[in-house]
Ligand binder design. Structure first.
Ligand code: TYM
Length: 328
């Protein structure tokens, strides 16, 4: 199959907060697999990051670090294009056009993430419009598959709706993308509260295990993680949400089925289970961080610039079509 006929995969991560096990198990593990089969594009979405206030030096650092996380996790820059959103101006240009031509206030008023995040009157207009920029990211590259965690489903649905609306009203310009969600790990929950998702912006670091946490810190977080009543190690999301979440993390990191783990811990208590999980996590982080620290800022800068060079013509082709259809 030639590259042009291959399906296109697109996804991204915001360079904000601490990239955690939820991001890794919900999104990145899918990318690792997909990069071998499809034309894959992975973005560091720095324009999304500035929807909330950022410190300039810190943002610059985080953009490089997210790209290093992609690489250290196993994204191969010879197979996949890793780029920085703000390097390709067409993202914001298309977002503006979608804002005017097809996105409606009523669409954005439905977005649950905005409702969760925008507690104050000081929320930026950009934060409200965030899903339209995300739609532009996806639609610019004629994306077929968008591998994400469950919390991004609503945004990908919006991208689909906007694409369909545009194609219908103004003539075909976009492929209709589809979200891809992992069966397990699509929603990793907080270690301090298994009823809320693990989140980069959580108030307490006890909520998450960051991929750049010191292994000994991660061990402490696992040992302090909330557990359920009773003492059985059983996967039962409704009655045992905390242990079910820890079982999911263990299963995905150790590549052992949940059934196998349940058998292994029959008759054992939470203490034994947590000790072993802490060891699995600690080893994972140690190996990951060795790779992370071996990647230089210069390597990342080179990858960004090479990818942008390859992607700009694709973005430009879509945008030209869109502009022609609108009479611009
Ligand atoms: P972001 O940076 O919040 O999250 C990155 C990815 O991690 C997934 N994720 C989770 N998966 C499982 N359990 C969790 N607790 C968890 N928390 C986060 C997210 O679903 C996501 O896949 N809007 C996006 C970034 C973006 C994007 C795009 C994604 C911008 N443009 C285009 C795909 C396509 C975001 O804020 O992700």
């Amino acid at each position: 199959m030639s590259i042009s006929k291959q399906l296109t995969v697109f996804s991204g991560v915001q360079p904000t907060g601490n990239f955690h096990l939820g991001n890794y198990l919900g999104a990145l593990t899918q990318w690792l697999d997909l990069q071998h089969k499809y034309h894959s594009i992975f973005c560091v979405v720095d324009y999304h990051a500035i929807t909330v206030p950022q410190n300039a030096a810190n943002l610059k650092r985080q953009v490089l670090d997210i790209a290093k996380i992609y690489l250290a996790a196993g994204i191969n820059p010879r197979r996949a294009l890793i780029f920085r959103q703000s390097d390709i101006a067409e993202h914001t240009e298309l977002a503006w056009i979608l804002n005017c031509a097809v996105a409606r206030m009523s669409d954005l008023n439905k977005m649950t993430q905005f409702k969760d995040k925008a507690g104050s009157k000081n929320a930026s207009v950009g934060l409200f419009d965030y899903p339209v920029l995300m739609a532009a990211d996806i639609l610019l590259y004629q994306t077929d598959i968008v591998p994400v965690g469950e919390d991004q489903l609503q945004h990908v649905e919006l991208a689909r709706d906007l694409a369909k609306r545009f194609n219908q009203q103004f003539g075909h310009a976009f492929t209709i993308p589809e979200a891809k969600i992992n069966k397990e790990g699509a929603r990793i929950m907080g270690l301090d509260d298994p009823t809320k998702k693990m989140s980069k912006s959580a108030a307490s670091p006890a909520n998450y295990i960051a991929l750049l946490d010191k292994p000994e810190t991660a061990v402490k977080k696992i040992k302090r993680a909330v557990t359920d009543s009773g003492s059985d190690i059983k996967y039962d999301v409704k009655n045992k949400p905390a242990i079910s979440n820890l079982l999911t993390i263990y299963s995905l990191l150790a590549n052992k089925s949940i059934k196998e783990l349940e058998r292994k811990y029959t008759g054992k208590g939470y203490g034994d289970f947590k000790n072993d999980l802490a060891e699995v996590v600690s080893k994972f982080l140690t190996d990951f961080q060795i790779k992370f620290h071996n990647i230089s800022d210069r390597q990342v800068a080179k990858i960004f610039s090479q990818s942008a060079k390859k992607l700009r013509p694709i973005a430009r082709t879509t945008l030209n079509k869109v502009k022609t259809n609108l009479g611009l």
